[in-house]
Design a binder for this molecule. Structure first.
Ligand code: THU
Length: 141
């Protein structure tokens, strides 16, 4: 799909900005909002380790801070030294951030090796039995 190829391309461009001096595992992400905007992100590590942020969360937090709340898909690429050898799926913390804003059956996660070699998952597939905003039993704001 052309849209996925563009999203993957943008995720790959983020590898250049990845700040990963500790793991040397560089990750790039590109998040497609419902209004058509694309928000990019890379992982940003820290000498204290735990403050490190994944590429996916960087993209989500950039998007939400720019007023986007509805999302369609995210493309993710990653690999040691910035060389993509395998599909990079999001960590559990990032999946939890996704479910805060996304409809799990609709939101698509594109784990790519390159522009044309990728796997597409729904968030529901990658985070079954999730604890979501609905779990709190509160109506949406
Ligand atoms: N990382 C991401 O940015 N996204 C993922 O989907 C997997 C892991 C980052 C976190 C850390 O900076 C490095 O990759 C190694 O785990």
């Amino acid at each position: 799909m052309i849209m996925w190829e563009e999203l993957i391309q943008k995720a790959m461009e983020q590898l250049e900005y990845s700040y990963a001096p500790y793991s040397d595992f560089k990750v790039g992400a590109a998040l497609l909002a419902a209004d058509g905007r694309i928000f990019t992100g890379c992982n940003v590590e820290n000498a204290a380790y735990t403050p490190s942020n994944c590429a996916e969360r960087t993209a989500f937090f950039k998007a939400v801070s720019e007023g986007a709340r509805d999302f369609k898909a995210i493309a993710i690429v990653g690999g040691r030294h910035g060389i993509i050898r395998d599909y990079c799926t999001p960590c559990g913390v990032c999946r939890q951030v996704m479910i805060e804003f996304c409809v799990p059956e609709d939101f698509q996660i594109i784990a790519a090796k390159n522009r044309t070699d990728y796997k597409v998952y729904t968030l529901a597939e990658l985070l079954p039995g999730a604890f979501s905003p609905e779990s709190l039993g509160e109506a949406e704001e």
